[in-house]
Design a protein around this ligand. Structure first.
Ligand code: ADP
Ligand code: MG
Length: 445
């Protein structure tokens, strides 16, 4: 089937209108026209060079993708200032034989609540937030790649997607993916012989947001493919934002050339929120969502050892549900129970408390019975007991109440206190940190 360049372009504009916000569309795309299609080059007329430059810079990849998916084969796009037709043949062949896989052109699948507006900035994530905003405002201009790392539930995905939302609204094409998806798509593209589509998908966006890149470590071919993707994007000044659970130098089984590229831009970590940051996050979330929780409840949660924001949210939601259900503020006990229940959500902890006690006892040369005794409370044994609490909590799947029982405490408040003390001391006390690292090694031998 043959259609005129003008008609094809009208259809392309119809598609683009669905994908771009109205302001951008009206400013940059509406005043354009399809001029000709000649020798596999589609020419678009624009009213002035300013619009032309913007189309080249901001919209070209999206335009190409939409055009190609519309006509069914690959074609180059040229922009000309003015609407004169050069007299070249105007008809565009529309392929019905071998349709090109529709390339993803719709707005990237980002969670609507993961925006900068909903991200609460506190001391532990300030730098990561600032770097993310910088990248969203000037992709490819400041640091490339932006490499974010942290433990789970501390806001990496939220920040990556916030960059995506902001950049998309500003008119950049965005691709959000993650290590697992990249690997699966790569493997499938080899199996289905669609490697070209895979390549063009990952090498065309203005911004590639690659979440949880740790997934590709140890997978050599996938890493190689990502290496080439990286080079291509980097060389054409496209922005990459990468998240990971480790900094590049601690990522096991990562090929060196990829590791060194990850280090080219800026590497920023998000640390677990401390008490003040937790309180700030809880307050703001509770206020924004009208959760009706008292200052005391928020303070109790903030004082708990939960440092994963996802789990903090879980705890908050549980208590908000309680308030709605019973129409009253949750009691201290209910709050403590919610904290325990949500803390218990930490998976993968299987050591027995007795084993922890034994290793601590060996390490410090103090018998188990002495650590367990509650009648004689000198500073040294109390300190050891706190260490045992901390390590049980970190390594065994048991509640604070059960840790209390195991160590002969009457209530769990002392257990929470002990845990918090060690967690806090670990921030500054290098010797303690080394000592616990050593114990952890023994525990996991
Ligand atoms: P990660 O990717 O690091 O595992 P996520 O980005 O998925 O963590 O965050 C987990 C949850 O916590 C999400 O619901 C996210 O919105 C929320 N969250 C994390 N940090 C913040 C923050 N600073 N402000 C608001 N919400 C946050
Ligand atoms: Mg994540």
């Amino acid at each position: 089937m043959n259609l005129s360049a003008k008609d094809v372009w009208e259809s392309v504009l119809g598609e683009l209108q669905l994908q771009i916000n109205a302001n951008n569309f009206n400013t940059w795309l509406k005043p354009t026209r399809g001029i000709s299609c000649d020798n596999n080059i589609f020419t678009i007329g624009v009213p002035n060079s300013f619009v032309g430059e913007w189309l080249e810079k901001r919209w070209m990849s999206l335009i190409k993708k939409t055009l190609v998916s519309m006509i069914g084969y690959h074609i180059d796009v040229k922009i000309q200032v003015g609407f004169d037709s050069t007299g070249s043949p105007e008809k565009v062949r529309i392929s019905s034989e071998k349709p090109v896989e529709p390339v993803e052109t719709a707005s990237p699948p980002l969670l609507s609540r993961y925006t900068f507006d909903n991200f609460i900035v506190c001391d532990t994530n300030r730098l990561a937030h600032a770097a993310a905003v910088g990248v969203a405002n000037g992709p490819g201009k400041s640091y490339n790649p932006l490499f974010l790392y942290s433990g789970s539930g501390l806001g990496k995905t939220h920040l990556l997607q916030a960059i995506g939302h902001a950049a998309w609204t500003a008119g950049h094409s965005v691709l959000y993916s993650n290590g697992e998806q990249f690997t699966n798509e790569f493997v499938n593209s080899i199996r289905n012989r669609t490697i070209e589509d895979f390549r063009s998908k990952y090498r065309s966006p203005d911004i590639l947001l690659m979440d949880d890149v740790q997934f590709i470590s140890g997978k050599e071919q996938t890493q190689e493919s990502f290496f080439y993707t990286f080079n291509d994007l980097y060389n054409s000044s496209r922005q990459m934002v990468i998240s990971c659970d480790q900094p590049p130098n601690r990522l096991p089984l990562l090929v060196d050339r990829l590791r060194s590229r990850f280090e080219w831009g800026i590497i920023v970590d998000i640390s677990p929120p401390d008490y003040e940051s937790r309180l700030a996050i809880l307050r703001e979330k509770s206020e924004k969502q009208n959760l009706n929780l008292t200052a005391e409840t928020l303070d109790t949660i903030a004082r708990s050892p939960i440092s994963n924001v996802r789990i903090l949210e879980g705890c908050l939601n549980k208590l908000a549900a309680h308030t709605r259900l019973y129409n009253e503020a949750p009691s201290h006990d209910v709050v403590m129970k919610a904290i325990e229940d949500t803390c218990g959500a930490n998976p993968g902890k299987r050591l027995s408390p007795d084993r922890v006690l034994e290793i601590v006892s060996n390490h410090y040369g103090c018998s188990k019975q002495v650590i367990l005794r509650n009648d004689k409370r000198d500073r040294q044994t109390t300190f050891l007991k706190h260490i045992v609490i901390y390590l049980i909590r970190e390594n065994c799947s048991i509640s604070f109440a059960n840790i209390g029982e195991f160590l002969g405490y009457k209530d769990r408040t002392s257990v929470l206190y002990g845990y918090g003390k060690v967690a806090k001391a670990l921030k500054n006390d290098e010797a303690l940190k080394q000592s616990l690292d050593k114990i952890n090694q023994d525990l996991h031998k």
